[in-house]
Design a protein around this ligand. Structure first.
Ligand SMILES: *Cc1c(COP(=O)(O)O)cnc(C)c1O
Length: 398
C-alpha cells in the first residue's frame, strides 16, 4: 500500500478510490467496516503503553477513533488537500466541534451574516453565552471584511457559497486579511461541494464538510468532517471531539468510503445539470430571477468562475407572484420532490421562507434575500431533460 506521502501525489479520482485504505490480515478488496467499540491489548503493559501514547493505527475506543473512521478521514482530508481530518456525527457536530475546540471566552469571531441557521445559532446563542464576541458582516463586501477583521480577531468563519442565497465570498481576499491579523479561517464547504472546493487553495486553515450532503449523496447518512493541519486536528479538535462524543459511527464512515469512490462522477454530472437547468430557466416570464454562481445571470459570476470550475449542485429561482404562486409551482412538480435537504440523487425543491428559514424575523429574511418567491432547487442524477420538462410544466400552471 502506498504511504501517505505517495498518496498525496495521486490525482483526485485515484485518491477517492484508494486514499487511506487499510487492510486486515485477510487482505479484503472492499474496505471493512469495523463495528467495534473497543480493542484488545495482548498484555496489561500494552494497554498502558497505548494510553500513554497511541501510535498510528493504534486505537483505544470508538469515540476516539476507529479503523473505518480513520480510512474515511484520511481519504477525504487527502482529497481536499489537508494534512488530516476528524470525522463527526453530522455537519453540525463538526461545526460545533471545531468552534468549541478553537475558541475561549473573550475571543472574537468575524463571520459572514449569510450563514446556515444552525451555524448562526452555535455562534450567537451558544458561544455568545460563553463570552465569545461575534461580529457579522456582509460576506460579499471585501471592505466590510477589511474593517471587521482586526488584531483582536481569533477566527473567521464563512460559507464559501451561502445556503440558500448562493452569495459568493472572495475567499483569497478574506484569507489574506485574516492571516495578516493572525486569525484562523474556517470554511463551511457544504454548498461548494468537496469536488469544487477551493478553500484549501485560497489559504483557508480548516474546512468543514457536511458529508450528509454530496459525500453521502443519496439521502441516507448524517455525517461531517473537520479537515486541517495535523497539529490542530490531532490537538484541540481531537481532544474536544473524543471527550464530548461527537464522533462518526463506523458504519457511516464505511458508507461514506464507498460513496467517495463515485463522488466526482456524481457531483460533476449534477453540477453540469444544474448549469443546464439555470440556462433553460433564464429569462422565463414567470420568474424574476435565476441564480447559479457560475451562470451569467448571477451578479457575482465573474468571481465565482475565477474561484471554481462549477459552483455546486444547487440553483435558486424566484417565482413571480409571491407565496401563492410559488406554492402552485411547487405542488405542480411531478418528478422533483418537495423536501428540505440538498445534494441528493433525487432532485429537491425547497421553499426556505416557510421551512428552513421560517423562524427568521422578516427583517433578517429581507436582509438575506429570502423572499416568498424564492425556491432552492437541488439538482440530482435524473435525466436533465426530464427535470427541465418538469419545471416548465409546473411553471405553466402558475
Ligand atoms: C447542511 C448544512 C450544515 C449541517 O450539516 P448536517 O450534516 O445537517 O448537520 C452546515 N452548514 C451548511 C452550509 C449546510 O448546508
Amino acid at each position: 500500500m502506498a504511504d501517505k506521502a505517495e498518496q498525496s501525489s495521486w490525482k483526485n479520482r485515484t485518491k477517492l478510490v484508494h486514499g487511506g485504505t487499510r487492510r486486515s490480515q485477510y487482505n479484503e478488496v472492499s474496505e471493512s467496516v469495523f463495528l467495534t467499540q473497543g480493542f484488545v491489548y495482548d498484555t496489561a503493559a500494552a494497554a498502558e503503553a497505548r494510553f500513554v501514547a497511541a501510535g498510528e493505527d493504534e486505537f483505544i475506543y470508538a469515540r476516539y477513533g476507529n479503523p473505518t473512521m480513520r480510512m474515511f478521514e484520511d481519504r477525504i482530508s487527502g482529497y481536499l488537500g489537508y494534512e488530516d481530518g476528524f470525522a463527526c456525527a453530522s455537519g453540525m457536530a463538526a461545526v460545533n466541534g471545531a468552534l468549541m475546540a478553537l475558541l475561549k471566552s473573550g475571543d472574537t469571531v468575524v463571520a459572514s451574516r449569510a450563514l446556515f441557521g444552525s451555524c448562526l445559532y452555535v455562534l450567537e446563542d451558544i458561544l455568545g453565552r460563553f463570552g465569545v464576541n461575534i461580529v457579522l458582516v456582509d460576506g460579499t463586501d471585501n471592505a466590510a471584511w477589511d474593517a471587521a477583521i482586526t488584531d483582536d480577531t481569533t477566527l473567521v468563519f464563512l460559507e464559501a457559497i451561502s445556503n440558500p442565497t448562493l452569495e459568493v465570498i472572495d475567499l483569497k481576499h478574506v484569507c489574506d486579511v485574516a492571516h495578516a491579523h493572525d486569525a484562523l479561517v474556517l470554511v463551511d464547504d457544504a454548498m461548494a461541494t468537496p469536488v469544487f472546493s477551493y478553500a484549501q487553495a485560497c489559504g483557508a486553515d480548516l474546512s468543514i464538510v457536511s458529508t450528509t450532503k454530496h459525500v453521502d449523496g443519496q439521502g441516507r447518512m448524517l455525517g461531517g468532517v473537520i479537515c486541517g493541519p495535523r497539529d490542530i486536528i490531532r490537538g484541540p479538535v481531537e481532544a474536544y471531539m473524543k471527550h464530548t462524543g461527537g464522533a462518526m459511527n463506523p458504519f457511516t464512515a464505511w458508507t461514506h468510503l464507498k460513496a467517495l469512490e463515485t463522488l466526482e462522477l456524481r457531483v460533476r454530472a449534477q453540477a453540469a445539470a444544474t448549469l443546464s437547468v439555470a440556462k433553460a430557466l433564464s429569462g422565463h416570464p414567470k420568474l424574476s430571477a435565476v441564480r447559479y454562481p457560475t451562470h451569467e445571470d448571477h451578479p457575482q459570476h465573474a468571481l465565482a468562475r475565477a474561484q471554481a470550475e462549477a459552483a455546486g449542485t444547487v440553483l435558486t429561482i424566484e417565482v413571480k407572484g409571491g407565496k401563492d404562486a410559488c406554492f402552485r409551482f411547487l405542488d405542480a412538480l411531478e418528478i422533483i420532490i418537495i423536501s428540505n435537504n440538498f445534494a441528493d440523487a433525487k432532485s429537491i425543491a425547497t421553499h426556505p421562507a416557510t421551512t428552513t428559514h421560517q423562524r427568521l424575523p422578516q427583517t433578517q429574511k429581507d436582509m438575506l434575500g429570502i423572499t416568498d418567491g424564492l425556491v432552492r432547487l437541488s439538482v440530482g442524477l435524473e435525466d436533465v431533460d426530464d427535470l427541465i420538462a418538469d419545471l416548465m410544466q409546473a411553471l405553466a400552471q402558475v
